[in-house]
Design a protein around this ligand. Structure first.
Ligand code: SAM
Length: 232
């Protein structure tokens, strides 16, 4: 993958960026996504934020190599701190991290989201943490997509401002993905079901501590929920 040949996963993230928007890509290890969007003419300017020095240097190198230093600003910063008030950022993308980390990045510097109209996230796991964050911060899920690439399944969530509540099933599996129930969605949740069943069986055979019992109970409830959805 490079700035000219983006993965299907990042193309899906990119597809939700509105024409002409100013975008901040947080956790932008190579700045591939912002460079690709600029080269397509889809966005006007971008900030590439990266917290680790090595990936930050690599992002800077790629932006220079593509001749985009006037359009893509690379900053070494933790999470949304890469966004400055006069950047005029309207869209934030955060891809390729766990859902809980993405939710904590959004939670930690909420003031940086002031002018932001759209958040596009691609959690590798635990997308529910982002939906829970959205509900309690007056954002709603305006779009969702799911894809399989190289035997891995990825979800993309688009958040826009608004109040919305979700059922436990919608929080876990995604309100829009749940309605669409694509083949990849069924595949993902069948895999999750198998994994949960495996963990329940390990917990049943091992220690009988109160903690293990509570975990088993919680996993059994989740398993029942997924089974109900897949059968309906
Ligand atoms: N976004 C790219 C993608 O989807 O291919 C890179 C994904 S990479 C697995 C995650 C990147 O996020 C790493 O470079 C990591 O250093 C960076 N990262 C993790 N936590 C961060 C934070 N709090 N602020 C900025 N970057 C962060």
């Amino acid at each position: 993958m490079n700035a000219k040949n983006l993965s299907e996963r990042l193309r899906l993230v990119a597809s939700f960026a509105e024409q002409g928007t100013v975008l901040a890509d947080i956790g932008s290890d190579h700045a591939y996504l912002p460079c690709w969007l600029i080269q397509k003419g889809q966005i006007s300017r971008a900030i590439a934020g990266e917290v680790v020095k090595g990936p930050f240097e690599s992002a800077k190198r790629n932006v220079a190599k593509e001749g985009l230093t006037d359009k893509v600003v690379v900053r070494l910063a933790n999470g949304l701190q890469a966004i400055h008030p006069d950047d005029g950022v309207e869209t934030v993308t955060i891809a390729g991290m766990g859902g809980s980390l993405i939710a904590s990045i959004l939670e930690n510097d909420a003031d940086k989201l002031k002018g932001v109209k759209r958040i596009i996230v691609q959690p590798n796991i635990h997308a529910m943490a982002i939906r829970v964050w959205a509900v309690s911060n007056s954002w709603k899920v305006s779009n969702e997509a799911i894809l399989k690439e190289d035997h891995k399944i990825y979800e993309v969530l688009v958040l826009q401002r608004g109040d919305q509540s979700y059922t436990p099933e919608e929080l876990l599996m995604g309100p829009i993905l749940l309605q669409e129930r694509s083949a990849v969605f069924q595949d993902k949740w069948q895999g999750e079901l198998n994994e949960i069943s495996r963990v329940i069986s390990v917990l049943t055979q091992s220690a009988q501590s109160e903690e293990a019992k509570a975990k088993r109970k919680q996993l059994s409830a989740t398993k029942d929920m997924i089974e109900r959805v897949l059968k309906s």
